[in-house]
Design a protein around this ligand. Structure first.
Ligand code: ADP
Ligand code: MG
Length: 683
């Protein structure tokens, strides 16, 4: 039977059950999957250097005859060493391999071979160490040309993959083009099958560049079409148009007791303008912890309630919900707006009452944790949904909320708030045409949090500093690292740290601990004790709280700081520096690796959340920045997500394409796009 794209890899010669299993792990089951396992880097071994011209140290590709080859064992290290002497017209060179005694079966005296690798000078002689090798033949697969390097995993080498793929070249031509002809023409792209062929077997660097260009274009173009198409669909929906009441808004601001920052004013205005429209708002409100997002959303909710509609305000945790509830109630109290709170822990009778009042329209603003979504909740006329820290909500949950609209045929306006700044390039790409308001300005009088990386030997000094600061009346947070995503381990680590600090270090101070396994009442009591200054030091897990507001807390200690993403560290840091006192953040780490130090240094140098997010994106990839589980992105090259030029190019092309066409009329394209369902569009 001829091999086709649908042929199972297990039917290929050389793929036994062992390799089949390895391929399966990479989700490679068919020839098509295998051919789409594309290399991401290439090495140029097209240039062959005469041995006499090799100048160590450096990387070279040479071609010659094997004069001699043999194994010996190093006595001391008990290791096999394979040594060969290669000769061309101009000279000879020695090559060595370690622990690959089988090589002498592949390469024999007299064979003509190509070798490529690092050449060093040892004892005055040029020595090629562990070079890649290939016998000279008509069709070189590995050397004498530009060769791809695949992501190697678990016993699947590039060498093996190259060999398998090299026998499938003919099949590559059956890949069908899925991009619309006009797009290919506009962008002068190589065809899809040519791209696959060139990526695996570049003819030359020019063709390879064209292929990489097509690969990158496709990746971002598909993403753009996906998000813009989702937006197109969203814009077909209707929403309740909310009337703006200037008088009430002025009264609201007056009662705040402070003036809004310009950034807050601008964000509020953008939201109010959106609410007035009869299409659902889909907006993200970004701003560092403490920048005053709650005030902005409170004002928007007030407009909604005042116009006779309902709003729901969702927080990721119990304590945050409570905090939002309290501050909303306070801010809205004089406007006679009925605000209620509903969480997973609300008593049954209470819950029933609230549910009924929500259904009857009596409750105008409902605050809750996402447990609210699980309830069979009905609204009287829900017009506005606010979600705090949206990246903690799953895509599915958001979709569910969308459906909870009270008024037939309409969809609620949607505002998502996040303290995690999303790098500009990501807002352009992943978030497509999502509207964004940014609060990039802190309320006046906030001081910069002084941040330091503390190695183990300096820990004692910082404890002294802490004691001193507490004696002056301030308070301290200590964050313990989340271990292996395990609640049990986490509990252990926070308990151990608590015991250590309370019994050995700060015996003279009041230390408390809080973690996710505690009962809500207990957590609440502990938070309250801390907020009112009854305890000096609060040891907490990373999961407990993001937004708690304790202005008297001025020191943030993060244990095992190297285990956190930069954006997360930045968030923790945002919990101090909220009052009038100078605040400090100490990053404890015993990891001395250069990369870790560099990362942590980055955060000591800047307070700009966006810069930090860019850095995170670069170092840790989009999953870290957007939240792994929900961002829903297929495997996309981080470099592309940060390539502003490419984003603009694909965005424009996608826009032009969608203006004239429907994706559904391009079935192959539509199929590709379907992989992007649920990309972070805040639904
Ligand atoms: P976020 O939700 O962005 O973390 P909050 O809305 O909770 O921030 O605000 C943090 C604190 O700052 C609150 O105590 C709030 O009352 C206060 N605040 C908000 N805006 C201002 C402002 N413009 N001037 C002074 N204080 C403000
Ligand atoms: Mg907040």
């Amino acid at each position: 039977m001829p091999i086709t794209l649908k042929t199972k890899v297990s039917e290929l010669t050389g793929v036994g059950s062992v390799y089949q299993k390895k391929l399966e792990k990479l989700h490679i089951e068919t020839v098509e999957d295998l051919l789409l396992y594309l290399p991401r880097t290439w090495e140029d071994f097209s240039k062959i250097t005469e041995i006499a011209k090799v100048r160590p140290p450096g990387t070279y590709c040479i071609q010659g005859n094997i004069w001699s080859i043999g194994n010996k064992r190093s006595a001391r290290r008990r290791m096999y060493i394979t040594e060969a002497i290669i000769a061309d017209k101009t000279g000879t060179m020695k090559a060595v391999w370690f622990n690959q005694p089988f090589l002498i079966k592949n390469m024999k005296q007299g064979d003509e071979v190509l070798l490529a690798g690092r050449v060093e000078r040892e004892y005055g002689q040029a020595l090629m160490k562990s070079p890649a090798y290939e016998k000279k033949s008509e069709e070189q697969t590995h050397l004498g040309k530009i060769v791809p390097t695949y992501k190697e995993t678990d016993g699947l080498s590039s060498r093996w993959l190259r060999y398998q793929v090299s026998r499938l070249i003919k099949v590559i031509y059956s890949f069908k083009e899925y991009l619309p002809a006009e797009v290919i023409k506009n962008q002068s792209l190589m065809s899809y099958s040519a791209m696959i062929r060139q990526l695996h077997f570049p003819d030359n660097s020019f063709q390879l560049e064209k292929a990489i260009d097509r690969l990158n274009f496709d990746e971002m173009f598909l993403l753009q079409v996906a998000v813009q198409n989702q937006r197109k669909a969203l814009d077909k929906n209707r929403a309740i148009s909310i009337r703006f009441n200037e008088e009430i808004s002025k009264e609201f601001v007056k009662k705040l007791g402070f003036t809004l920052t310009n950034a807050q004013k601008k964000a509020t205005w953008e939201i109010i303008k959106d609410l007035e429209k009869p299409v659902p708002m889909n907006r993200l409100l970004e701003g560092d912890v403490g920048s005053g997002k709650t005030v902005v959303s409170a004002m928007a909710s007030l407009m909604v309630a005042n116009d006779g509609f309902q709003a729901v305000f969702l927080a990721p945790t119990e304590i945050l919900a409570k905090q939002h509830f309290e501050s909303l109630k306070k801010m809205l109290e004089s406007f006679e707006i009925k605000v209620e709170i509903l969480t997973g822990k609300t008593k049954k009778s209470e819950r029933n009452r609230i549910l009924k009042e929500v259904k009857d329209g009596e409750v105008q603003i409902l605050v809750g944790t996402h447990a609210v979504l699980k309830e069979d909740i009905e609204f009287w006329n829900l017009a506005f949904v606010i979600v705090d820290e949206q990246h903690r909500f799953g895509v599915g949950q958001r979709a569910k909320l969308r459906q909870k609209s009270g008024q037939k045929g309409t969809m609620p306006h949607f505002l998502s708030m996040s303290a995690t700044p999303i790098p500009r390039t990501l807002t352009l790409s992943v978030y497509g045409d999502l509207d964004i308001s940014v609060i990039d300005e802190m309320p006046q009088g906030r001081k910069k949090v002084a941040t330091f990386v503390i190695p183990p030997e300096k820990k004692q000094d910082s404890y002294e500093f802490i004691r001193h600061t507490v004696k002056k009346g301030r308070q301290v947070f200590v964050i313990c690292p989340l271990i292996d995503d395990s609640e049990t381990m986490e509990l252990k680590s926070v308990t151990a740290e608590y015991e250590r600090l309370s019994r050995m270090v700060f015996t003279d101070l009041k230390v408390a601990m809080i973690h996710g396994k505690m009962r809500p009442e207990e957590k609440e009591r502990i938070m309250k004790d801390f907020a009112t200054g009854k305890t000096n030091i609060l040891v907490s897990t990373s999961l407990v709280e993001v937004g708690v507001d304790v202005p008297n807390a001025t020191i943030m200690i993060i244990e095992g700081a190297d285990r956190f993403g930069l954006a997360q560290l930045h968030q923790f840091r945002g919990r101090v520096g909220r009052g009038k006192y100078q605040s400090y953040c100490f990053l404890f780490t015993d990891n001395e690796s250069e990369t870790v130090q560099k990362r942590l240094d980055a955060i000591t140098k800047t307070n700009d959340g966006f810069k930090i997010a860019e850095e995170d994106l670069e170092i840790r990839g989009p999953g870290e920045v957007l939240g792994e589980r929900q961002h829903g992105l297929p495997d996309i090259n981080t470099k592309n997500l940060m390539d502003v030029q490419l984003i603009k190019r694909t965005k424009t092309e996608a826009k032009n394409f969608l203006k004239k066409n429907n994706v559904e009329d391009f079935p192959l394209l539509a199929e590709k796009i379907s992989r992007y369902d649920g990309v972070a569009n805040l639904e």
